[in-house]
Design a protein around this ligand. Structure first.
Ligand code: HSE
Length: 343
């Protein structure tokens, strides 16, 4: 499969490392031979229609900070949209940083890939939170697959759990701790009595926080994920503007201590029930949502099967890259079987 990779930060680089380290296994077990024909970052692009040498691209990135500095394949001035439109490939992987103001440039990247007949895998929550209903229709119209497993729960297969394990069920509500950074901060504050800012700095250093950490702290990241889940698992046609959002900026050590007196933990909870909401809540310590550190936990309530909770690490480069790999393998299998399934 020929792949155009846009966004070469921690997620994009982790994905290429996975391709390198798992090369033989991916070919043998899944018949999957990824050939990355273009990589784009903020400095430009590197293109080789025959497939880039990924070790070399990682090295160029580490030494020169942009793949466009590659002396043979680098193009500092080439537009990413031109690459997506003109370089032959089966799939676009969009792993650029999330922008929830207008979803750009990822939104245009995804749309032009669809129009060019390319399947898309993304971990970028901006276009999904702002335009998921439209994007889903556009993908169907162009008969291409659109996958975004890594956008919710990083490597934890939350979206697959809802769609595949609860296949045929009607999910009536979703409640979840969906942001690793805020959960890490709240856990540090509760367990180690660390101040808010100190905990945030640690989360940034560990690579959990968004490029703009207010996305995490002010609940926007959680809101994006609840929008994605509501569209994906409940068939709602909603976007970010439909969510009432309150973050954790004003949560104090006293709030956390008061919660503890009532055998509760303060968690930033996203929910989709009659309405979509994000706010800090006192969660009983015995609740499955009372997870610590960067863990995410999501409880799905469905009509007949009742409540199930899936728990796992919800942030991190290699975790998110593993979800992208899963999505690519899923598309590969569908193409091999020549089946067309909705979404
Ligand atoms: N900043 C996000 C989080 C990354 O902390 O959960 C994963 O989406």
């Amino acid at each position: 499969m020929r792949i155009i990779l846009v966004g070469y930060g921690v997620v994009g680089q982790s994905l290429t490392r996975l391709f390198i380290s798992r090369k033989a296994e991916l070919a043998k077990n899944y018949g999957f031979r990824p050939r990355v024909v273009a990589v784009a970052d903020r400095g430009g692009v590197a293109v080789n229609p025959k497939g880039l040498d990924l070790e070399r691209i990682l090295q160029v990135k580490a030494e020169k900070h942009t793949v466009a500095a590659d002396t043979v394949y680098g193009h500092p001035n080439m537009r990413v949209l031109d690459v997506i439109e003109s370089v032959e490939a089966e799939a676009l992987v969009e792993a650029s940083p999330t922008n929830v103001k207008d979803g750009e440039p990822a939104l245009s990247h995804i749309k032009s890939a669809f129009k060019a007949g390319k399947h898309v895998v993304t971990s970028n929550k901006g276009p999904l939170a702002l335009a998921l209903p439209v994007l889903t229709e556009l993908a169907e119209h162009n008969k291409v697959y659109f996958r975004f497993s890594g956008s919710v729960g990083a490597g934890t297969p939350i979206l697959e759990f809802a769609k595949k394990c609860l296949y045929g069920e009607r999910i009536v509500s979703i409640r979840g701790v969906l942001n690793g950074t805020t959960n890490y901060i709240l856990t540090e504050m509760a367990e180690k009595h660390v101040a808010f800012n100190e905990a945030l700095e640690k989360a940034k250093k560990l690579g959990y926080a968004e490029a703009d950490p207010s996305m995490d702290i002010d609940g926007i990241d959680t809101a994006c994920k609840i929008v994605i889940l509501a569209n994906w698992a409940m068939g709602k046609k909603v976007t970010l503007k439909d969510v009432q959002i309150k973050g954790i900026r004003n949560v104090t050590i006293k709030d956390i201590e008061d919660a503890a007196k009532n055998n509760c933990l303060v968690k930033l909870v996203g929910s989709a029930n009659g309405k979509l909401e994000v706010k800090p809540e006192n969660v009983p310590k015995e609740s499955p949502l009372a997870v610590s550190g960067t863990l995410n936990a999501v409880t799905f309530t469905s009509e007949f099967a009742g409540e199930q909770t899936i728990i796992g690490r919800g942030a991190g480069g290699v975790e998110t890259a593993s979800a992208i790999l899963r999505d690519l393998l899923d598309i590969k299998q569908k193409l091999a079987a020549k089946v067309w399934l909705e979404i």
